[in-house]
Design a protein around this ligand. Structure first.
Ligand code: FCX
Length: 435
């Protein structure tokens, strides 16, 4: 771990000097105005955070340290014989700020393999939950059970110097990322595969090992997992899971506490849970229509029905994006390459043609285009992973890469406790009345 950790420290030291100088000279520069509507409506468009790992452009979509998803697909090292990027490489990029070499990626994979041991009490804690428990609840409980292993918490209790926070956070983040695939796979096999578990394979990369432990040993599923783990990893800092991880971390919660909090955020249906909602919605549509291949007209009618029932069309819309999510497009390309004839995948593409004009016609929806969650489930179903309540756990394993790389930066840059000001509507009325 030494080399990557040292490299991170060197980068963080440079950034610290630069940021201090920027703040000294430009700290009072105004970067925006805040309207009343914004504070009542989810703070959309208010810039209030610094997140180094990625930046979201409303038109173009996500860039990780400046690189788009197609660029990452081209430039990041691949597994032998594979064509999708290894997410370990994206993690390196987010952490260090530079594209990794194949050797750098191997080093990350090695570190994650070495640190992947999950103590037995974590499994026992998950086992204490009824089988009916939602996998995201099991996931969060598993992460919190693992918090017993936090270096940060142990060292803080002993009286750690502020200067060392970053180091303990770095160690916790690596440990946690290394252990998540085992926990996720355990939950999957416990809930859906008769509690019959599969041992990790120390020769596999991080994503394929997850697939292997879940019981999906197929080279093209490994490729899907590498792509999936790459594209779900980060979406700048204001989304609910990233922001929550950062917020809880700002009170010096350790990586386990912060990430578990973020995962509770991801479990909301307007955020990560939308990936299960999409497949649930399509399955319900197919059942109601008695057809595995609904026509575009039937889809249009079903969308209208969903909207008139006061429900959202899952997988469509976004708080920041104003175009088709490039994460959707990357998955569509994967579908075209690996399973173009799959009827469910084709239904996802037909929905893509049917939904945007309907949402546009309502006039109030700012983004009628699909987001990442509109596509992911159909690819998983293709390989037999039909248990859609599990999908958000996969999203969560991936999201760890981004939000924990960010947490390392938060600690290394000494970011402050987050504490924005709130007001009451009484005070707002006073402002309006000039009091
Ligand atoms: N279907 C129906 N109505 C929608 C809609 C959709 N897909 N998307 C937005 N709207 C509605 C909103 O509910 C809101 O209605 P209201 O004025 O009656 O309250 C109105 O359109 C304006 O919302 P808008 O400003 O466009 O969107 P927001 O920034 O408030 O919300 C989300 C963004 C993503 C929450 C919203 O588009 C949504 O609910 N989509 C469906 C759920 C989903 O796919 N979430 C996943 C998002 C993401 F990719 C992720 O985090 O994983």
């Amino acid at each position: 771990m030494g080399i990557i950790k040292d490299r991170f420290k060197a980068k963080a030291d440079e950034a610290n000097v630069e940021i201090k100088a920027i703040l000294k000279e430009h700290g009072s520069k105004k970067i925006g105005e805040v309207t009343l509507a914004q504070i009542y409506q989810g703070m959309r468009g208010i810039t209030g955070l610094v997140t180094e790992t990625s930046l979201l452009d409303p038109q173009e979509g996500i860039r990780f340290r400046g690189y788009t998803i197609p660029e990452l697909q081209e430039k990041l090292p691949k597994a032998e014989g594979g064509s999708e990027p290894l997410p370990e490489g994206l993690f390196y990029l987010m952490l260090i700020g530079e594209l990794p070499t194949a050797a750098d990626v191997n080093e990350v994979t090695d570190i994650l393999q070495r640190r992947s041991h999950v103590p037995n009490h974590v499994f026992a804690t998950i086992d204490a939950l009824p089988l009916s428990t939602h996998p995201m609840t099991m996931f969060v409980v598993g992460i919190m059970a693992l918090q017993t292993e936090s270096c940060f918490s142990k060292q803080y209790a002993k009286g750690m110097n502020k200067k060392d926070y970053w180091s303990a956070t770095f160690d916790d983040s690596m440990d946690l990322i290394a252990r998540l695939p085992r926990i996720a796979a355990y939950i999957y096999r416990r809930k859906y595969k008769n509690n019959e578990h599969i041992h990790p394979d120390g020769l596999l990369d991080w994503s394929s090992n997850l697939a292997h432990m879940m019981g999906y040993d197929d080279e093209s599923f490994y490729e899907l997992m590498r792509l999936y783990m790459t594209i779900h990893a980060d979406h700048e800092g204001g989304n609910v899971s990233a922001h929550t991880t950062h917020l809880v971390g700002s009170a010096l919660g350790d990586a386990y506490q912060s990430f578990a909090a973020g995962m509770n955020g991801l479990a909301g249906p307007l955020h990560g849970l939308a990936n299960q909602e999409v497949i649930k919605w399509i399955f319900e549509m197919r059942k109601e229509l008695g057809s595995d291949n609904p026509s575009k007209e039937q889809i249009v009618d079903y969308v209208q029905k969903t909207l008139s029932a006061g429900k959202v069309v899952p997988g469509y819309g976004h708080a920041v994006l104003r175009k088709t999510d490039p994460r959707f497009t990357a998955q569509m390309e994967f579908g075209k390459k690996h399973m173009a004839d799959d009827p469910l995948v084709q239904t996802v593409w037909n929905i893509y043609e049917a939904v945007p004009p309907i949402l546009q016609s309502l006039g109030k929806i700012k983004n009628p285009w699909p987001n990442v969650d509109a596509h992911s489930g159909a690819l998983l179903v293709h390989y037999g992973l039909v248990e859609y309540e599990f999908y958000t756990v996969l999203f969560g394993v991936s999201r760890a890469l981004g939000v924990l790389a960010s947490l390392c930066w938060d600690r290394a840059l000494g970011f402050a406790l987050e504490r924005p000001k709130s007001v009451t509507s009484e005070l707002v009325k006073d402002w309006i009345n000039g009091k």
